[in-house]
Each structure stands twice: as structure tokens, then as C-alpha cells.
Design a protein around this ligand. Structure first.
Ligand code: HMG
Ligand code: MG
Length: 308
């Protein structure tokens, strides 16, 4: 049942850098995407076309998309909360458009209001034309269901609430459903239960897990979801990440840690660990701090010792 190959979607350039207080140059964002694709990542969440008043860190979205030198076989995705965002994402030259967009809703009413300023029902009404328009342009649509394992404002979120949003996302025609633990409070059996609700409506290859690692549970949650056969996970280089509207939530599970675990289990990812560690060291250097990734740090220390 455990998959022999897993696809990782590196969300670091978006989920990671949206949360940094200090501005990160467009050139550094572009360089990070280049390093990730050189390391073998085949899905990269590059930026988001959201309001620059809400998330100024992503205001250079179009510039980043325009500057990336694309590699064949790599899927570049962006977040689009509404038609305005999608239109902006489509505005550039054909080679600068995303291959995939993400509409992001929530299983918690309170988080929906704080994050995208509307109710769950309103969000679905907004997403419906975005999904149709994107697909008419040949763009794949992924849904993110935030707060599926807990909410920073309302606490508990029921599995029925998760499934309700999954079902609504299916009804408006999204291609893929990502189940997100926005604040990293989920534990393995609960993670499995939430993904099982998504699997009732989407095929195995179109369900993914997005685990923030606030409480150190993300690797265990991924392992639990691998047991269900789930083969796609969002991860973030150097463990960057968080959501400006989910205070206290730390980064996504580090790509380096997940790759270390998967390769150790004999599961293929197509990712080169050494190049990945370089990418993590690069962006951590830009941000002026060590990588959060345990595997990244350990491998860097090993290199230093070998060179000494
Ligand atoms: P709103 O204020 O309700 O929007 O925000 P509005 O339609 O009333 O428009 C207000 C102003 O925003 C107008 O400008 C619009 O033009 C502009 P003004 O007339 O005042 O100058 N505007 C936009 N500008 C650029 N791009 C757009 C856009 N839309 C409106 N797309 C809105 C609603 C959704 C825009 C806002 O709440 C927003 O941008 N929210 C984004 C929040 C966000 O990015 N959160 C982080 C990403 S989600 C996440 O991290 C979770 C995830 O990782 C999974 C997980 O871990 O759970 C995916
Ligand atoms: Mg996130």
C-alpha cells in the first residue's frame, strides 16, 4: 500500500517567503526556484496573486513569474483567491503563466473570514468562476482546505466540516484536493481520518497533505498518510513557512527532512539530497539564519567536518 514513488510540491517560495518580516529580493526568490528545480523538484509553488495590502511579501508575483527560467517537466503553481488574482496571473506572456493555480478555502468559518475576508460559502462562490476560467485556459486547479486538523481561532474542526468543504470543492470542479494542517496541531490518526474524507471524493493521485510542523508532528502525519497510499505532499525547503493569518504557526515540514525519510524507506522522489541541502542553505543564508530542517543541518555539519 505504501507508494514506491512520492511527489513533493515545494511550497517554500510561496508559503515560506509570504511569512518573512524582512523583504526578500525578487532575484533571490527566482534563484530559489532555480535551485529547487535543479535539485529535482518537479512541482514548485512559486508565489501568490493575492492583495499586496494583505500580503506585501508576494507583491512581486508577476516579476517572479516572468523571471523564472522554466524547465520542461516542472509544474509551476500560484495561489489565486479570486478572479482578480487569476486575471493578474494570466496577464503576462504565455511562458510566464502558471501551470496550476490554487484556490484556498478553509474548513473553519473563523479562519476563512480572517484569511480571505469571506465566509466558506462566499469563498466557494468566488472560486467557481476562477476554477472554470483556469481550466478553460488549460490550467490545473488545486484546492487547499486549511485548518483541516484545527483552527487558531475556533480550536476543534470536525471531520464533517472538512468533508463539507472537500465536497464543495469537488462540486465546483477542482482537480486536486490538498488537506492542510495550517497550525500543525494534527496527529497521525487524525491526519489519516481527514485525508480519508478527501479520498471519498477525489482519486488517490489527486489528494495531498500539507503539514505545518509547529508541534513536531508533520513527519509522523506524512508516514500515516503514506499508509493510506497517498503519494503527494507539500513540503517547504529549509522548513520555511507559516501563514500571516495563523499567528504562532511555524513552517511547513522541511523538504530535506521528508526526502531523508522517504529515501531511507526506499521511496523514490527524483530529488538529489545534496543539491536540496544547498538550496536550503542558500535561502537560509539569504534570510540570515540556519535552516530549520534537522536533516539539512545534520548534512551541512557532516560536510563541514569532512572538509576540516
Ligand atoms: P478583500 O479586501 O475582501 O477584497 O480581500 P476586495 O475584493 O474587497 O478588494 C479590496 C482591495 O484589494 C481592492 O483594491 C482590490 O482591487 C484588491 P483597492 O480598490 O482597495 O485598491 N484585490 C486584489 N489585489 C491584488 N490581487 C488580488 C486582489 N483581490 C482584491 N487577487 C482577498 C480579499 C482574498 C483579496 C484578501 O483577503 C487576500 O488577499 N487574502 C490573502 C491572504 C493570504 O494570502 N493568506 C496566505 C495564503 S493561504 C495559506 O498560507 C494557507 C495554505 O498554505 C494552506 C494551509 O497551510 O492552511 C495555502
Ligand atoms: Mg500553509
Amino acid at each position: 500500500m505504501i507508494p514506491s514513488r512520492v511527489t513533493l510540491v515545494d511550497v517554500g517560495p510561496r508559503d515560506g517567503l509570504q511569512n518573512e518580516k524582512q523583504p526578500v529580493d525578487t532575484a533571490h526568490k527566482v534563484a530559489l526556484v532555480h535551485r529547487l528545480q535543479a535539485a529535482g523538484l518537479r512541482e514548485i509553488e512559486v508565489t501568490s496573486f493575492v492583495s499586496p495590502k494583505w500580503v506585501p511579501q508576494m507583491a512581486d508575483n508577476a516579476a517572479v513569474m516572468a523571471a523564472i527560467e522554466r524547465r520542461p517537466g516542472v509544474r509551476y503553481s500560484v495561489l489565486t483567491p479570486n478572479m482578480k488574482g487569476l486575471e493578474a496571473a494570466l496577464q503576462g506572456a504565455p511562458g510566464t503563466r502558471p501551470d496550476e493555480i490554487v484556490v484556498f478555502g478553509a474548513a473553519s468559518e473563523a479562519f476563512s473570514q480572517r484569511n480571505i475576508n469571506c465566509s466558506i460559502e462566499e469563498s466557494i462562490e468566488r472560486f467557481a468562476p476562477v476554477v472554470a476560467h483556469a481550466q478553460a485556459h488549460g490550467i490545473k486547479v488545486r484546492a487547499a482546505v486549511s485548518c483541516a486538523l484545527g483552527c487558531p481561532y475556533q480550536g476543534e474542526v470536525s471531520l464533517d466540516d472538512v468533508e463539507r468543504v472537500v465536497r464543495l470543492m469537488k462540486q465546483i470542479g477542482v482537480d486536486h484536493c490538498g488537506v492542510a494542517d495550517t497550525i500543525g496541531v494534527g496527529t497521525p490518526r487524525r491526519a489519516q481520518a481527514a485525508l480519508e474524507r478527501a479520498l471519498k471524493h477525489f482519486p488517490l493521485n489527486e489528494v495531498s497533505g500539507h503539514f505545518h510542523d509547529t508541534y513536531g508532528q508533520a513527519l509522523a502525519n506524512i508516514l500515516a498518510c503514506l499508509e493510506l497510499g497517498v503519494n503527494t505532499f507539500d513540503t517547504s525547503i529549509a522548513g520555511l513557512g507559516g501563514c500571516p493569518y495563523a499567528k504562532g504557526a511555524t513552517g511547513n515540514v522541511a523538504t530535506e527532512d521528508v526526502v531523508f525519510m522517504l529515501h531511507g524507506m526506499g521511496i523514490e522522489t527524483g530529488i538529489d539530497m545534496e543539491a536540496l541541502v544547498d538550496a536550503g542553505a542558500f535561502i537560509s543564508g539569504v534570510l540570515g539564519r540556519p535552516p530549520v530542517s534537522r536533516a539539512g543541518k545534520a548534512l551541512l555539519t557532516k560536510r563541514e567536518k569532512a572538509a576540516a
